[in-house]
Design a protein around this ligand. Structure first.
Ligand SMILES: NC(=O)c1ccc[n+]([C@@H]2O[C@H](COP(=O)([O-])OP(=O)(O)OC[C@H]3O[C@@H](n4cnc5c(N)ncnc54)[C@H](O)[C@@H]3O)[C@@H](O)[C@H]2O)c1
Ligand SMILES: N[C@@H](CCO)C(=O)O
Ligand code: NA
Length: 445
């Protein structure tokens, strides 16, 4: 049992940033002060909130006397520094100053961690202080701690995540209401899911940062944002979404990190990527609706696990931040330290071309004998094996793009991205092929 709150001097908490997340962190620190004190064994005293503009209007929950524009000064007088301002600078410098001054740090800043986490991890290690970042991946969902600690005795093979609430909301709205992409993005912004600049969401940068963090933790290997092959959702059309439904799939933006052990002509290493994918409706990830997030983990001994919940929004994200603050605070009271960065495995990071997936290719072809055989031959020549071919429009019949043109939907067995790219080029060059309408990866089958 922790000692009574009064037996340890209060721990000073500094908050950097008072936006969507920071406001909720400040509110919860105040409203739950007694519970937190009992859980930690010391009172958590919010000693200051660094903001850009002290005079700006704020939520009523914010004690204006705590506001300061001197973030540098604030980090010097704290035991725990919580960074929720986002961006690379001045967040990195402030966190480094805090660490040098002996404070534990808690951050929600996936962009900074994916770009330059090692600088912070090394500094925290050298100073012997905690660095926690549960909120940086999938907001409220406990996923950093489970991968870093609960699964530390297992071997993770693969992580498949819906880790961006904005894009999941957008794709779900497109599928269920027929709303267009722009309108759905505006709604996601109004609801507080989207980043200030939603390009980070729709172009997959936010998910890629989270993929890098998850891959690093899962495979004990340093993975940064530049290592992640990334495609956003801007190329996903209403037609793709409707097609997905017809073939028993939903389209999700997935963050994928997987260990490849050198089979199928692909070298051993880690493949980390973000792209839209067709997910079979029977897969647990297909049930993740709206702005919810989920991370599906496959580990050797644990088997399949899924972590589900709110990945964005002020209060859910603040919940994860507060959990980290409690962990760091308990170490201040009871001794001990959280885990350090683990990169001992030093696995190779595979190029995008080495990713191995199944594909669904839709194409319009001239509807005459022998065309399917030509297409099948082009795939076979590149070593891509066909799993199924559908011709959804009756020859020249209702639904055909135009008379004499048929639509083919080809699903392949797993093939390396490099083989697929060459195959699609070869198929597109065939004389009876009019257009390749879409090429989508199939994951989770
Ligand atoms: N909003 C979410 O749902 C969510 C979820 C998970 C993680 N995050 C992460 O949490 C962090 C904060 O996100 P947010 O949504 O609260 O952003 P926000 O834009 O609402 O808030 C950031 C605040 O920090 C302030 N700020 C920026 N630079 C500053 C500086 N130099 N000095 C003082 N204040 C400064 C801004 O003025 C703003 O008020 C980001 O790293 C984000 O990626 C957000
Ligand atoms: N913009 C992010 C917030 C959480 O990182 C999202 O939509 O999921
Ligand atoms: Na989380």
């Amino acid at each position: 049992m922790p000692p009574a709150a009064e037996s340890h001097p209060p721990l000073r908490v500094a908050l950097l940033g008072c936006g969507v997340v920071g406001t909720q962190v400040a509110r919860l620190l105040t409203e739950q002060a007694d519970d937190l004190a009992s859980r930690v064994g010391a009172r958590l005293e919010l000693v200051g909130i660094a903001v850009r503009d002290v005079a700006a209007p704020r939520d009523a929950a914010i004690d204006r006397a705590l506001l300061t524009d001197d973030a540098e000064g604030l980090v010097q007088r704290a035991d725990i520094v919580v960074e929720v301002m986002g961006g690379t600078e001045p967040a990195r410098t402030l966190l480094l100053r805090a660490i040098e001054a002996g404070a534990a740090v808690v951050t929600a800043n996936k962009a900074l961690l994916a770009e330059d986490g090692p600088t912070l991890y090394k500094a925290a290690d050298a100073a012997g202080v905690d660095i926690y970042f549960e909120a940086a991946v999938a907001g409220a969902i406990p996923i950093v701690r489970p991968v870093r600690e609960s699964l530390a005795g297992d071997h993770v093979r693969r992580v498949l995540g819906i880790v961006n609430g904005t894009t999941n909301y957008v794709l779900d709205q497109m599928a269920t209401t027929g709303m267009d992409l722009e309108e759905a993005v505006k709604e996601a912004q109004a609801l507080g899911y989207a980043e200030a600049d939603p390009t980070a969401d729709v172009e997959g940068y936010d998910a890629a940062a989270k993929a890098a963090i998850l891959a690093s933790l899962a495979f004990h290997t340093r993975v940064s944002l530049d290592d992640v092959a990334r495609e956003g959702i801007l190329s996903v059309t209403a037609d793709d979404v409707a097609w997905a439904a017809q073939t028993g799939h939903v389209i999700k933006l997935l963050a994928i990190a997987e260990l490849r052990d050198g089979a199928a002509g692909v070298p051993a290493g880690v493949s980390v990527r973000v792209h839209p994918a067709l997910v079979p409706t029977a897969h647990p990830l297909a049930t993740v609706r709206g702005s919810f997030n989920a991370v599906f983990v496959e580990a050797e001994s644990a088997g399949e696990l899924m972590f589900y919940g709110r990945g964005a929004g002020g209060a859910p994200t603040a919940s994860a931040v507060l959990g980290d603050v409690v962990s760091a605070a308990r170490h201040r009271v009871l001794g001990g330290k959280g885990p350090q960065e683990s990169t001992y495995a030093e696995l190779a990071i595979l190029p995008a071309s080495a990713a191995v997936t199944r594909y669904q290719v839709r194409l319009d072809v001239e509807d005459r004998p022998g065309v399917l055989a030509q297409v099948a031959h082009a795939l076979a020549e590149h070593g891509v094996s066909i799993e199924a071919v559908r011709q959804p429009t009756a020859p020249g019949g209702a639904g055909a793009a135009e008379p004499g043109v048929a639509e083919l939907v080809i699903t392949t067995h797993a093939a390396p991205e490099s083989a697929l790219a060459a195959t699609v080029e070869a198929v597109a060059a065939l004389e009876p092929v009019r257009t390749i309408t879409s090429v989508l990866r199939v994951e989770g089958a």
